[in-house]
Design a protein around this ligand. Sequence first.
Ligand SMILES: [Zn+2]
Length: 290
Amino acid sequence: MLVSIKEMLGRAKAEGYGIPAVSAGNETTLRAAIEEAEKANSPLIVLVGYYFTDAVNYYSRLIEDFSKAACVPVTAMWDHSADFKHSVRGIRAGMPSIMVDRSSLPYAENVAQTKELVRIAHAVDIDVEAEIGHVGGADEDMGADSENALTIPSEAVSFVKETECDCLAVAIGTAHGAYKGVPKIRFDLLKELAEKVPVPLVLHGGSGTGDENISKACRMGITKVNVANELMKASYDALEAYGMDGNRAYKFWPVLEEGYRKQVAHLFEVCGCAGKAWPARQVFTAKFMK
Ligand SMILES: [Zn+2]
């Protein structure tokens, strides 16, 4: 069933578990992620972002079709929309939620741009994730974006109040992409944020963060864990282990898919959401079509 992310993360927050938000930038991975969620009886969030595709209209329809047929709650997000046009395209496509990422801007400008898009998105029942503090890239070659800026709790509280965003990505020591070593997560900061911020908290840069760190973060208030890099790496590793000699190349796509599936299944266990699916009703589409 296709549900709103607000409902999904609200349940996760109330019950103290997290849900993986997995990059599913093509039909194969989208189908595989949903099937693994069904096997684990888990809710699922799929991410589609500009870093994979411009075809947000196409993916929105594909996700709606696949999710309606699924026997577990599924929702999706147009990830990291980076400017006004980009954000509005996700809204127009009818994605259940969009991320408005203006976290590299000064506080006042982040508030102003996020607030404007929340108003537009909420008018058509689309939920918004925003970010305060900044989760940068782990790769130093990524230039300015490699800068991490930890979330300041008082700013997070006022940001949510001013923007009325539905969930909040926070910077507590993770980074996008692959790490050199295991990151140091600021659990003390997460504890304070979880106590003070009224909306569900989101962790970006889940790849390579470590199972123990992710499990602990989910128990402490993280409700959504974004994962991209390690899913692709799992696919590649599966392929490398299988080999391409002779006619083994015919298994190229199934082997890639298998690597992805295993890591997605693992994430349900790590985040604590396996077995947490509920008998969802189809509410999102009905609301949106009014
Ligand atoms: Zn991210």
